[in-house]
Write a protein that binds this ligand. Sequence first.
Ligand code: GDP
Ligand code: MG
Length: 321
Amino acid sequence: MNPISELNTVSTADPGNNINHTDSLPEFIDKPDLKEKSSQTTAANEHRYANWSLERRANSRADNQTGLPSKSKSARVVVVMPAYNAERTLSRTHSEVMSHSCVDAVIVVDDRSSDRTAEIGFNLERTTVIRHEKNVGYGGNQKTCYRAAIDSGADIVVMVHPDYQYTPLILPAMVSMIESGLYDCVLASRILGGHAIGDGMPMWRYVANRFLTLSQNLILGEKLSEYHTGYRAFSRKVLETLPLDENSDDFVFDNQMLTQVLWCGFKVAEVSCPTRYAADASSINFMRSVKYGFGCLGTAVQAKLARLGVFRSKRFPDNLR
Ligand SMILES: Nc1nc2c(ncn2[C@@H]2O[C@H](COP(=O)(O)OP(=O)(O)O)[C@@H](O)[C@H]2O)c(=O)[nH]1
Ligand SMILES: [Mg+2]
């Protein structure tokens, strides 16, 4: 299936941005009306968001004072957000992402949400909204994200969940690690630094994360602090190389993609990332997590067997090792 062929796609007002990915305005959007509703929603929800990020931001130095190299115009940075029922948190995530001068554009892919995610996205600056005509799942959503990012000319692509669970404040650090040429992929780790439980990660999730990570490290011979973060940066080369269409359309896509990154020998870095577990952030439920966990183990075993030559896999092809 090619999800792109099943999309309604939207290009938003996009000053200074040259995304030309899509053009047909969707019938479900009436622009003036949406603008009004969107600002109402934003105002109404303003007080609901946890304030850790804003407080931290007020106390932090501006992006151009951090000592990081200033934005190299040769690298186009596109942030992609696979969105599903994210109306409560999309604007906040977006505004913090866009507060960094290193970001050129945002692509929001709405996987046929039942809320106003797409309409809100449509009003965000330098943002392209792509709306699936039908729900294809989290992995299918990311396939669209990466395809659109490549089409838009991205050199560096950062994927962050729009549920405001991961702070956009470390985005420049992630981008600069790729921009340096030292790494192809950067993972924002909730485990590295040891703050996950203090940040509110439920104990059962923490234990499952640690168990799966240990298992995958042992099976794959790697040494990552976690394989399950929803905040990752990739070089264009990674996205052009990986056979992403061979992966699931479900949540295990993330794990399969990361295993492909390792399979191909791309260099992976990790940075510590605080996480927020608030009521307005989404989290997959226990049963879906169990399915995800088995999927992760299955992915690691599959990669190991492919490496041993026991069987051939289109997901882990010999020519990419
Ligand atoms: N396409 C799709 N995306 C989903 C679905 N459920 C959650 N998401 C999105 O997937 C991302 C991760 O889901 P989330 O529930 O936050 O998982 P978490 O990693 O446990 O916090 C979020 O950006 C959600 O918007 C779904 O059923 N379909
Ligand atoms: Mg979440």
